[in-house]
Design a protein around this ligand. Structure first.
Ligand code: MN
Length: 416
């Protein structure tokens, strides 16, 4: 296990910060004038890389890479540039670096910045790769004896989601209206979802495009980094609409991501293998090495104006399929992948009740309300609730943090 690398940015040397020199996650921000800038988190500061580029302090193969303030153009430069840029940043921010005086004038306090989407999402695909989640949902929506669909142990199941509704942490979410029909109703109704939920997921960002099918190793090489991801889900809309083509409007309202792209390079020390296979996979899906990561995750819920209760703790390492396997499967049809493609992992639920990554599972379909620390109960989300995902990989004396993935729920639009 690697140790903390010390920086001349003092707050980056704390064992508590999520943004030590070992991390260097990539984000986008503005400071009030509205001009979007690309930045790198270091301790409690952001290094303004758009300003560094404008000042001629970066050695990149093209100009204007950061002029848009997002990371798509940088990703498109390829893995050699990803690596050389990270090496430059690591050297320049290290304790005793000669570049300190050039760089320190381009530091902005995170508390003075508004964080925006770190990249333009070109496409969004969401998967269903949590073994415990798939079993729990299958038990609730179908029956425990046939909880896992027959394909589940063979295919990383997914659906093509919406890029247009992916938003950054802090964006308010509006409860959707939709078509609902409980089994005991004769006719559906159109009204506000009453079973609005979260899904605790990780998002993998594709940084290298593909044409045609790629191997699992090639897929891993294509992944630029990871974010936390909340795939907001209307369970009552989902239950009525999902047969036979899967989720549609139930999942289209919003998907929230954390504001910092944690690079695959920062996560290298935390690689871990997927759990043992229950059925042998077809050869095209077998992993040549460990492709999951040991990342602790938690979910907190704060009712309007009240203290937060932690609902769940889990770890990304429980997932049955890695993002690389999902990406490989995604290309089997010949489907091209683009820079900025976002892949949701699927809900990350562990084996125990306190490890469940959705209210659907935590309240067992609404039958077992949770009691919050405030004394209130919840089955699904209520208007005014703020839901926050957090995640970090724990190193030897340092943490690789993702920042928060948070959203507050506003009431549904009025019906005519
Ligand atoms: Mn999902």
């Amino acid at each position: 296990m690697t140790q903390l690398r010390r920086s001349w940015v003092e707050t980056a040397n704390s064992s508590e910060t999520g943004f030590p020199l070992n991390n260097l996650p990539y984000g986008a921000f503005h400071t009030g004038d509205g001009t979007l800038r690309a930045g790198v988190a270091i301790g409690d500061h952001i290094l303004d890389v758009t300003a560094l580029e404008n000042a001629g302090l970066l050695d990149l193969p093209e100009t204007g890479v950061f002029s848009r303030g997002t990371w798509n153009d940088f990703m498109a430069l390829g893995a050699d540039v990803w690596e050389s840029f990270r090496t430059f940043l690591t050297d320049a921010l290290s304790e005793g670096a000669a570049q300190q005086s050039d760089l320190e004038k381009h530091l902005v306090a995170i508390s003075d910045a508004t964080l925006e989407m770190p990249f333009t999402v070109t496409e969004f695909t969401d998967f269903y790769a949590g073994r415990h989640h798939a079993f729990n949902v299958g038990s609730l929506f179908r029956d425990p004896a046939n909880a896992l669909p027959p394909n589940w142990l063979h295919i990383p199941i997914g659906y093509n989601g919406r890029a247009s509704s992916v938003v950054v942490s802090g964006t308010e979410i509006t409860r959707p209206n939709g078509q609902l029909k409980a089994p005991d109703m004769d006719m559906p109704v159109f009204e506000a979802s009453k079973r609005f939920d979260l899904e605790l997921e990780m998002g993998a960002i594709v940084g290298k495009p593909s044409k045609g099918r790629v191997s699992v190793q090639e897929a891993d090489d294509m992944i630029f980094g990871y974010v936390l991801l909340n795939d907001w889900s209307a369970r009552d809309i989902q239950a009525w609409e999902y047969v036979p083509l899967g989720p549609f409007q139930a999942k289209a309202t919003a998907t929230t991501i954390s504001p910092w792209i944690v690079t695959k390079a920062a996560l290298e020390p935390f690689r871990t293998s997927t759990p043992p296979r229950e059925k042998e996979l077809l050869p095209y899906l077998s992993e040549p090495g460990p492709m999951l990561y040991d990342i602790d995750l938690e979910v907190g819920l704060a009712p309007e104006g009240k203290a937060e209760t932690i609902l769940s703790h889990t770890n990304y390492n429980v997932m049955y399929y890695s993002a690389a396997q999902q990406l490989t499967h995604h290309t089997t049809s010949g489907c091209p992948m683009r820079v900025g493609d976002l892949l949701g992992s699927g809900t990350i639920s562990g084996p125990e009740k306190e490890n469940r990554g959705s209210l659907l599972e935590l309240s067992w379909g609404g039958k077992e309300p949770l009691t919050l620390d405030t004394g209130e109960t919840r089955t699904f989300l209520e208007d005014g609730d703020t839901l926050t995902l957090r995640g970090a990989a724990q190193g030897d004396g340092y943490r690789i943090g993702f920042g928060e993935c948070s959203g507050k729920l506003a009431p549904a639009p009025a019906l005519d």
